[in-house]
Design a protein around this ligand. Structure first.
Ligand code: 6GU
Length: 224
């Protein structure tokens, strides 16, 4: 899968993709992530990428032309399954959306800043608008990294048995059960007996029950 990310702050996106699972996915050739600096496409002599908003009011708006220039170049090179705009007024990301995006061949992710992008970019190019929750971030970059991580880990071959996505929280609309490792007792707190029993039927039953209990207590909305 190929993911092209458009941003005015490429340095914000270097860390998240250079370690752990996202790095492994790229090293294995299962994901290709390209970060494009929108500023490189500005024809303005000051490399300006934003401007005052029509109608007045505080806050700058990201200009059409440099964004359109990157998008036109990418679109002319290959077919994209989705052109996603990261914005707090988008559809809130969930596991179902991540699952469906992970089946795509090529996607573009546009990161917004300031007051956002000129509305016509959204009208002309954008096929999906995604938010990562009901709070405001300074820009779309961290949200784009979250979205990319949620997708890349689902690409077949990225995770091994130990990190399998099948047992993730949310994959079956349930939160994960509690987990333990050695020692069997710490400051009087004991690992539940059943997990030490070696009886895998009982262990599976315990985990199913705990997952359900936890979901009912913390996220009853997932059970609806
Ligand atoms: Cl996608 N962008 C920004 N700037 N803030 C957000 C967000 C996105 N999702 C939640 N908050």
């Amino acid at each position: 899968m190929r993911i092209d990310i458009l941003t005015i702050l490429p340095e914000l996106l270097q860390g998240p993709f250079s370690a752990s699972i996202m790095k492994r996915a790229q090293d294995k050739g299962l994901a290709e992530i390209f970060v494009h600096n929108i500023r490189d496409y500005s024809t303005n002599k000051h490399k300006q990428v934003d401007d005052y908003q029509y109608g007045g009011g505080a806050g700058m708006v990201m200009s059409i032309e440099p964004i359109a220039a990157v998008l036109d170049k990418l679109i002319s090179e290959r077919k994209y399954d989705e052109i996603i705009y990261m914005t707090p007024d988008g559809e809130v990301l969930d596991q179902k959306t991540a699952n469906s995006f992970s089946l795509y061949e090529n996607i573009i992710i546009l990161c917004g800043h300031y007051k956002g992008v000129d509305e016509r970019i959204r009208q002309i190019y954008i096929t999906k608008e995604i938010s990562i929750g009901s709070y405001v971030l300074s820009g779309g970059e961290l949200a784009a990294a979250v979205l990319t991580d949620s997708i890349v880990r689902l690409i077949p071959g990225v995770l091994n048995d130990e990190t399998s996505a099948l047992t993730d929280s949310f994959q079956d609309n349930l939160l994960s059960p509690p987990v333990y490792t050695r020692p069997p007792e710490f400051r009087g707190y004991k690992v539940p007996e059943v997990l030490l029993s070696g009886n895998f039927d009982l262990i599976e039953k315990y985990r199913d029950e705990e997952a359900y209990k936890r979901t009912k207590e913390r996220r009853p909305d997932l059970l609806d």
